[in-house]
Write a protein that binds this ligand. Structure first.
Ligand SMILES: [Zn+2]
Length: 325
């Protein structure tokens, strides 16, 4: 290695240490948590513009001065005109933005060209957000994280072992990144706050408000979201088995069957872990919210038997599909 190459590599190591040193994440064995200022502002503006498109604004409940209101309205208009059609989870732009912005501190490094206009809109409203909303948002995000960190540390090892056994898929090697935002994603067909996950690589976004009055719900949702990388709709063991059985039985694939398996597995495992930790958790998210109502009695019979190792996944799936006919 010549002197110049050595200097260059030392410089790049030094720079990467500087950049990474600025991002302070709370880590456990399997997860890496972050509450990011800009990403929270981004979610907030997206949701506010979305709610105004779909119904009345519901989330601005703070008193603002005239000039603050002007700044906020301008930022919301920017989102309404430019970003409202970009889904937070599925749009390539939103995913790229998420990966970049969640690695930035409040003081920004260089802004890539593709985000320059967007960041200008965020920077123009930043003083209002920082003064009026961020203290509430940051406190709520940190509070839910601090509340659940001990429980995550206590249960994650067993959860990962059990879910990887059921899905016969390796848990990803790097710590799984999770960002927490105050408000979450809503969709046209579901106005509830919802966490979401993008895959390849896996990145989970959890939120601070929602059903957090139910103790244990946040843990179940975290485990559900992070297990998305183990159950794909038509690949890997679970998705592959479902597809295999459906094809040989010559019927139409029941809607989101693999996703209902994911809900069932992660719900049941979380329930067992919570109860072992002394937390009463009568109903899983799926039951509480009436998801996949038609599938549930069949899942509860046949997937339960699979989880107890009394039957194979193929047999359980055949029985479930037979019951749905
Ligand atoms: Zn899901």
């Amino acid at each position: 290695m010549n002197k110049k190459t050595l200097l260059c590599s030392l410089l790049s190591i030094f720079l990467s240490i500087c950049i990474h040193a600025q991002i302070k994440r709370d880590t456990t064995k399997y997860y890496s948590f972050n509450v990011n200022y800009w990403f929270n502002l981004h979610h907030y503006l997206w949701l506010e513009s979305f709610m105004q498109v779909n119904e009345d604004s519901t989330i601005i409940d703070q008193k603002l001065s005239k000039s603050e209101k002007v700044k906020l309205d301008k930022a919301i208009s920017y989102y309404s005109e430019n970003l409202i059609e970009e889904d937070l989870r599925t749009s390539d732009y939103m995913t790229a933005f998420k990966f970049w912005i969640t690695n930035q501190n409040k003081v920004l490094n260089e802004i890539p060209d593709q985000f320059r206009e967007h960041m200008k809109a965020l920077q123009e409203v930043s003083s209002v957000y920082e003064k009026v909303f961020w203290p509430i948002h940051e406190k709520a995000c940190k509070s839910v994280l601090n509340e659940y960190l001990p429980l995550i540390i206590e249960t994650e090892e067993t959860f990962v072992q059990d879910i990887t056994k059921l899905t016969r898929q390796f848990w990803q090697e790097e710590k799984l990144p999770v960002d927490i935002t105050y408000v979450a994603k809503v969709t046209k067909w579901n106005l509830r706050n919802r966490p979401y996950t993008s895959l390849f690589p896996t990145y989970v976004v959890m939120n601070a408000i929602g059903e957090n009055d139910v103790k244990g719900n946040w843990l179940e949702l975290l485990y559900h979201e992070s297990a998305h990388h183990l159950i794909l709709s038509s690949n890997y063991f679970v998705g592959g088995t479902i597809n295999d059985v459906v094809e040989t039985m010559d019927i139409k694939m029941p809607r989101q069957l693999g996703h209902s398996y994911l809900f069932y597995f992660t719900g049941q495992l979380t329930k067992q872990l919570l109860e072992k930790s002394g937390i009463v958790y009568d109903e899983t998210y799926m039951v509480r919210n009436g998801l996949y109502k038609r599938y549930y009695p069949l899942l509860d019979k046949h997937l339960k038997a699979y989880m107890r190792r009394e039957t194979t996944l193929v047999e359980a799936t055949e029985n479930i599909i037979e019951g749905l006919k």
